[in-house]
Design a protein around this ligand. Sequence first.
Ligand code: AHR
Length: 306
Amino acid sequence: TVIAVAQGLPKLAKKSTYKVGFAQTESNNPWRLAQTKSMQDEARRLGYQLVYTDAGGSAAKQVSDVDSMIAQRVDAIFLAPREEKPLAAAVKKARAAGIPVILLDRTVDAKLAKAGTDYVTFIGSDFIQEGRRVGEWLKKTTKGKATIIQLLGTTGSSPANDRRKGFEDAIRGQSGMKIVASQDGDFSRDKGRQVMETLLQAHPDVNVVYAHNDEMAIGAIAALEAAGKKPGKDVMVLSIDGGREAVKLVADGKINYIVECNPKFGPKAFETLKNYAAGKQIPAKIINPDREFTRENASRLLSSAF
Ligand code: AHR
């Protein structure tokens, strides 16, 4: 779908510099820190003023962060919505105040707010496709036999909803593949470790853990090792993100497979903003390409630019 500025979205004047908001969800993992750095670096390179807020893992705080950006009359807002439903209202509020919003990495509930009407576009990965790729890889590698624990991302967030859907769709109908437990690990290493510890006691026969991000996978590895199991061998570990620490674990044989989710949004985010200001047509979704990391390519990719 291609949307036009004329469809009623707030306009953005063509200027040599902008004051732009970036409402981040939290800063408790390397992926978030890399995303923030990429946004800050690009704003600095362009000589734009970046009004940065960190919601500290609270959707309510992120809603009030957007309110404060509206009060400060920023020219545009980049929003990485922590959860799909609560942040839809913030998007509409900014739109009503005449401030264009670009969603970064996560999206809002499509029934509550729409690209081209309420916000300009979504830039990020196809999370359903990421989950599907993990499921397809597992199906092929295990020949359809697996007893799986799924560590879910933050409840109510688009990556948790979509990575679950893509994975479960991919393995549906496989009688030898069973998800014995799916539990929220909040995309956090420590929570992932704790949840995995508890689930391992209830399901000692599990031989696959699918974590919705690297941080929870690394937490799960700690839980597996504490239980005397060899991650990557006794229990396969599958993940999404592809941060350096996790890709090293692929090279070491402790993680079996990762689908990338690249956090470096800065250049594409600001280029889209400039295109919008220039009145160019902007697609409703701008999807980042994702690589994959396996035993075969991890060491090579680690030694090249990463
Ligand atoms: O929205 C993307 C996800 O959020 C990343 O996979 C995760 O690491 C982050 O917290």
